[in-house]
Design a binder for this molecule. Structure first.
Ligand code: NDP
Ligand code: OXD
Length: 272
């Protein structure tokens, strides 16, 4: 068995292939070379501790944009007392791309705070808690009624480069925040970073909170570092607690020893 985070793919190419691979994170894009070897089960982290950390981060990021904290940080630096109009959360529509384990948990918390929440996923869902728009045909309508867009999609062949100018331009132009906001805590490769920079410069987007980037660490020359309407964090939205991950791996090992099927396995035909 292999426990891996961004492992050298040669680890998997040995003559006796591993019985199972345990990702040390919720995402598995770093293990994409295993997609050609579906006989090796790949287990990802699904655990309440990681989920709650992501809920904290996304809630913080949405509130940062909603409560215009970037404006107040800039005002503080100038010693300026500069109040601005504050819409109620109930007037702000948050749209979440990716309504899996993390997306649904974030949606529930944001709904509790009073935001109008909707999601977008690959397949329709019978879950009635939030409207979930499904598939490419539904994306336009979903974006048109979103003021703050949150990305929690995995990086797959279908999602890489999905979010760019046409997505940003498709967001609601009647946002009570003035211009729409963007949060990325999924994967950087899902976003066309040059188009994100342009949208933040030309006002298509009012602000962004970004945890993940196409290239990590974010290169020093990236314009994102110095943009006044951007808050950056270094891929820390939801770290996995080693103790929790080890305990989950041990449960998986026990299941293998007992001849039971593994839980939280990746479906490589979907890529996540
Ligand atoms: P899940 O697999 O539970 O959910 C993925 C969601 O994305 C599902 O709703 C799925 O749709 C949707 N989706 C996938 N492909 C498409 C597509 N082509 N079109 C539309 N929807 C799509 O993943 P998690 O919620 O557990 O995690 C999401 C991602 O968050 C991880 O893959 C990882 O990249 C990232 N992450 C980031 C962390 C950080 O610290 N920044 C920490 C942990 C995770 P459907 O419901 O139809 O299957
Ligand atoms: C993960 C991550 O996928 O931390 O768990 O990005």
């Amino acid at each position: 068995m292999v426990c891996a985070w961004k492992a050298d793919p040669s680890v998997f190419g040995q003559s006796t292939p591993p019985v199972a691979v345990f990702s040390l994170g919720a995402g598995v894009d770093h293990l994409h070379t295993l997609a050609d070897r579906p006989e090796i089960p790949v287990v990802r982290v699904v655990d309440p501790d990681l989920t709650m950390r992501m809920v904290e981060y996304v809630t913080f990021a949405v509130l940062h944009l909603h409560r215009k904290i970037g404006h107040y940080m800039a005002s503080q630096a100038l010693h300026a007392w500069a109040p601005v109009a504050q819409p109620a959360a109930s007037h702000v529509r948050v749209g979440i791309l990716g309504m899996g384990v993390l997306g649904k948990a974030c949606a529930a918390m944001l709904q509790t705070l009073g935001f109008q929440v909707a999601g977008w996923a690959r397949t329709p869902s019978a879950d009635g808690a939030f409207p979930i728009h499904a598939g490419a045909d539904a994306l336009g309508g979903f974006l048109a009624s979103t003021d703050i867009l949150v990305n929690l999609l995995p990086a797959t062949a279908l999602t890489r480069g999905l979010i760019g100018q046409s997505v940003f331009a498709g967001l609601a132009r009647t946002s009570p925040l003035g211009a729409p906001g963007f949060v990325n805590a999924g994967r950087g490769e899902v976003v066309r970073e040059d188009e994100l920079v342009q949208a933040l410069r030309d006002g298509t987007l009012g602000g962004a909170v970004l945890d993940v980037f196409a290239s990590e660490p974010l290169p020093a020359e990236s314009p994102l570092w110095a943009m006044p309407n951007v808050l950056l964090t270094p891929h820390v939205a939801a770290d996995s607690d080693p103790a929790v991950v080890v305990s989950q791996i041990m449960q998986g090992v026990q299941r293998i020893e007992q001849g039971l099927s593994l839980l939280s396995c990746v479906d490589w035909s979907r890529g996540y």
